[in-house]
Design a protein around this ligand. Sequence first.
Ligand SMILES: [Zn+2]
Length: 269
Amino acid sequence: MPLRFRLLLILFVSFAVVGRHGHTLEPSGKATDYERLKKEIVSDFSQSHPHEWGETVSGVKTRLDTEERVIALTFDACGSKGDGYDSALIDYLIRENVPATLFMNARWIDKNPETFKKLAGNDLFEIENHGMEHKPCSVNGKSVYGIDGTKSPAEVVDEIEKNARKIEALTGRRPKYYRSGTAYYDEVAVKIAGTLGYEVVGFSVLGDRGASYSEEEVKNAFLSAGPGSIIIAHMNHPEKDTAEGVMAAIPELKRRGFIFVKLDGYGLK
Ligand SMILES: [Zn+2]
């Protein structure tokens, strides 16, 4: 091969392997690249000690950065033992042409492969990352609601990045947002998510409190939303009242002049 073609080739390959934030990524997420990325992050964060623990620690985004009358609906698919698929809820959103962001855990995806494919193929929905094992996101093993968090920066990388790559492999689109199982974090773990290239998304309206609210409580929670609100609720408990509450609230929110949007396309704050 002539020298200048060889140089061009080297240049092209160099561009192809340099990922975001200067971390070296190969295009299709090969194991070697993964281990290298993990090692770099472990070394970058080995001396970082967290001081915050909760749902709204430093770095977690809870609202859309706008005063427009728009609301982002977000539904978590947790994949915990015994959970399912709330088709009444999702069918309603499709029927009413209401967009939503779906935070999906790897276990839920594995249990519902056909549904996942259908939802990922529907432009109304944006598929985002709800973690590999649905763990609270901690660098030192903090737990909440009796659920153990990740125990180290290495485990934080595994929890976030493995499911992101799984979703990318299945959909061709790399997720942009991450919400941990339980939505709990320390601020160092949130920084690690940022270094991996993801924004951490909390919420400003607690829509169904882990699918435990009655229809009336869900409705009232949703109706408390204002311009730029991010509402969290669940799509994995068809036996609970979330769908009924959502169906009662959405027509009223529309009457109040609200438009529903996906997260992507808005700045978050
Ligand atoms: Zn969850």
